[in-house]
Design a protein around this ligand. Structure first.
Ligand code: AMP
Ligand code: MG
Length: 338
């Protein structure tokens, strides 16, 4: 019989604890790359949210992502590469893709391209297209360079839950299911990438995200909106219920006589009377939607941790990044209705 050594407190739990790596320390990024190259799972910072990285051309390593996140297999993964020129190895960059890449890469834009055969089916859910991104975050960039091949990385959270914008969020959600967490501080944009499909006759928006649609349309002209266009969504981050806190969330104002002693409020700017709520998260005192996007997931995480009965989210205007924030709030609220 094997006995656990005395110094391994909690060794009875079979779940491994993720190794915590501080990206500022010498060797941390190289260590993270080594774990990925060996087929492991490492959460790492990007400018959108924390990603859960694995070798993108290795089906077994990618399968571990689905297992750790408990993610349905019909939900394809985004491949991340260090340089624009590395994209050609996995997908075909046609003229529209090149125009978008020149303007937005490295950055929070994902392009859906015709795939090449090296990409495993588990990455694309068997589709003939592949989603690719070149992140701008310096830690992500150095990690991708050190790995040297494409890294598949969905958000580093249990499937359907709030996206993580800090290493602490990752540790709380997946800390006992992955090999390491590379801590590079809070993600600076705070919303997932905007996804544009360039494989059809005209470019199509599959997911609203950190780059406002207006910015893309100013470059390309009109972009088709293909969010929520089928029961098997083109971008399953687009499932109706997604990005949800555990606490029920209502996208509305409470009635005047509602008891708010166990209610939280998420609002762009505070208003008179908001101190009736047990907890208030103000996203931007000046009403700045970019600042609101950066703070959005962390504010929802904080409200979710308070053990409230309900979170009221005050609808905000759907211009610029307000579109992407409202999109996530609707999905979170739709999880509550289930
Ligand atoms: P996540 O990284 O978990 O936030 O989600 C990545 C998003 O990219 C998911 O909604 C995927 O479905 C979407 N995606 C990945 N690959 C493709 C593809 N080939 N076609 C369309 N959407 C994709
Ligand atoms: Mg996600």
């Amino acid at each position: 019989m094997v006995t656990a050594p005395n110094n391994t407190v909690g060794a009875s739990s079979r779940a491994p604890r993720a190794e915590l790596l501080d990206a500022r320390r010498d060797g941390a990024i190289e260590r993270a790359a080594q774990i990925i190259r060996a087929g492991g799972l490492v959460a790492f910072p990007t400018e959108t949210v924390y990603g859960l990285g694995a070798l993108g051309l290795d089906p077994l390593a990618c399968a571990r992502i689905f297992e750790a996140k408990r993610r349905p297999h019909f939900d394809p993964l985004i491949l991340h590469v260090a340089e624009v020129r590395a994209v050609d190895a996995v997908g075909h960059m046609q003229p529209t893709a090149i125009v978008l890449a020149e303007r937005f890469w490295p950055g929070p834009l994902t392009l859906v391209l015709p795939r090449h055969a090296v990409v495993p089916d588990i990455v694309t859910s068997g589709m003939q297209t592949v989603a690719v991104r070149v992140p701008a975050h310096p830690v992500a960039h150095r990690l991708l360079e050190a790995v040297g091949t494409p890294v598949a990385a969905p958000s580093a959270n249990p499937f359907g839950r709030l996206s993580p914008t800090t290493a602490e969020h990752v540790a709380a959600g997946l800390g006992d299911r992955i090999d390491a967490i590379l801590d590079g501080g809070p993600a600076d944009r705070g919303l997932e990438s905007t996804i544009i499909d360039v494989t059809g006759d005209a470019p199509a928006l599959l997911r609203a995200g950190a780059i406002a649609l207006e910015e893309i349309e100013s470059l390309l002209g009109r972009v088709i909106d293909r969010r929520l266009s089928s029961s098997r969504p083109a971008a399953p981050g687009q499932l109706e219920a997604h990005y949800a806190p555990r606490t029920p969330l209502l996208l509305s104002e409470p009635g005047a006589s509602t008891d708010l002693r166990a209610a939280g409020l998420l609002t762009l700017t505070r208003r008179e009377g908001d101190d009736r709520f047990a907890a208030v998260e103000e996203l931007s005192a000046s009403g700045d939607l970019c600042q609101a996007a950066v703070r959005f997931f962390a504010a929802l995480h904080r409200l979710d941790e308070r053990g409230l009965d309900v979170i009221y989210a005050r609808p905000l205007s759907e211009t610029g990044l307000g579109v992407a924030i409202m999109d996530r709030l609707r999905r979170a609220a739709s999880m509550t209705r289930r």
